[in-house]
Unconditional design. Structure first.
Length: 276
């Protein structure tokens, strides 16, 4: 029996409405009653993850920024690993608009999410008030410690940008598609598996105690190195290709995480057995 459950958010625990379903909330609370630890490991910034945690009705430590930051259940930061300044500047200096004017640059710094002042008419976040971002120029960003930089845009264009980033940084940054239309860059020493190890050192568990769920390539290390890793049916194709022997579970839009956890831990909701 696994002592610890770790789940990604987008495309995994969150459904197609970007919410934690009522079934998932009930299952998570049942896990905690059984003495099973539950944690979130996400690419999102802390304020976004905290909001989702609160919607579940629990207080837990949060792994955010793809493992670059850990906060305890009270919100105190206990770990952070920022991008090296030279790689931060190398990425920020890339003329990404020459690749495509549909690409947006985004920056995480000190648990704050920044968009640049070079926002075009197509802003994927402006109509969703749940996204808590600020506006800053690239010059202002270069004065800040940066945990990760990510680009949103058409997948084909981001593939071109990926090659440019790797060239400009000599391959010395960790880069991953968290979604076909989202390319993220962070320190080479940052990934969710390492963050889980850090959290385990503090909480008294190891990767051998963990079962995890994910859908993006930023979940690769986590799913590979924990005792048992599950891939969502809706996962990025690169993740499925990289971990061909991992079990694929039902999609996020159909409560894939909750259903598998009910199976593993023999959890019954409203007296009914739920099976995949």
């Amino acid at each position: 029996m696994y002592k610890v459950v770790v789940s990604d958010l987008d495309g995994t625990l969150l459904n197609s409405d970007q919410e934690v379903s009522e079934l998932s909330k009930k299952v998570i609370r049942e896990l905690l009653k059984k003495g099973i630890r539950f944690y979130i490991a996400t690419g999102r910034a802390y304020p976004d993850a905290k909001q989702i945690m609160e919607s579940i009705g629990i207080k837990i430590p949060l792994i955010t920024a793809n493992g670059g930051v850990i906060n305890d259940k009270e919100g105190n930061e206990i770990y952070r690993n920022n991008l090296d300044e030279k790689y931060r500047d190398a990425i920020l200096d890339i003329d990404y608009l020459s690749v495509s004017d549909l690409i947006h640059i985004n920056i995480y710094s000190d648990n704050r999410w920044f968009l640049t002042d070079n926002i075009r008419k197509v802003n994927p976040f402006e109509e969703d008030p749940s996204y808590m971002y600020e506006i800053a120029s690239l010059e202002e960003i270069k004065k800040r410690d940066v945990t990760k930089i990510f680009f949103i845009g058409p997948h084909k264009e981001l593939l071109k940008l990926e090659k440019i980033i790797l060239d400009r940084t000599n391959g010395e940054v960790n880069i991953a598609f968290t979604h076909p239309e989202c390319l993220e860059a962070f320190d080479m020493g940052v990934n969710k598996a390492k963050a889980i190890e850090k959290l385990g050192e503090w909480k008294g568990f190891s990767l051998e105690d963990v079962v995890a769920f994910g859908d993006g390539f930023n979940d690769y290390e986590m799913l590979k190195y924990v005792k048992k890793g599950y891939i969502m049916k809706n996962a990025h194709y690169k993740l499925k290709e990289a971990l061909p022997r991992h079990e694929v579970v039902t999609s996020n839009s159909r409560n894939g995480v909750a259903l598998k956890l009910m199976e593993i831990y023999d959890i019954k909701i409203n007296g009914e057995d739920y099976n995949i």
